[in-house]
Ligand binder design. Structure first.
Ligand SMILES: [Zn+2]
Length: 117
């Protein structure tokens, strides 16, 4: 836990000071970032999942964009996390993200390549 500058400086969790929407570049030093810092709770697809911070337990809706090489984290409320776990109801945040679905051409409407920028 002391060998990486991207960890939280105080030794706490990594997400405490993140905004509700956070982009983390996907690179060699963050290749396993999602599993190192977060606990996988529920998979929606290989690219979309519900995770919890290992430090503080905050639920996040994670999208892994392997085309543009970014992680997208959207902070979830307790109610949103419960809806996913209990009813398989997922927030719509990533529904138009072209690069986090297996067949982007199947998307309808606007396809966003670089959201949240
Ligand atoms: Zn955290």
């Amino acid at each position: 836990m002391i060998d990486s500058p991207r960890l939280a400086p105080s030794g706490g969790c990594i997400c405490a000071e993140w905004p509700d929407r956070k982009i983390v570049p996907l690179g060699s030093d963050t290749a396993n970032f999602d599993d190192e810092e977060f606990i996988r709770v529920r998979d929606r697809t290989p690219w979309l999942r519900l995770v919890r911070c290992r430090g503080c337990g905050t639920p996040w809706y994670l999208a892994i964009d392997t085309v543009d090489d970014d992680y997208y984290f959207r902070r979830l409320s307790a109610a949103e996390a419960a809806a996913i776990k209990q009813s398989n109801i997922w927030p719509t945040d990533y529904d138009d993200f072209a690069s986090v679905w297996p067949k982007p051409s199947d998307l309808t409407g606007v396809e966003i390549r670089h959201p949240w920028t």
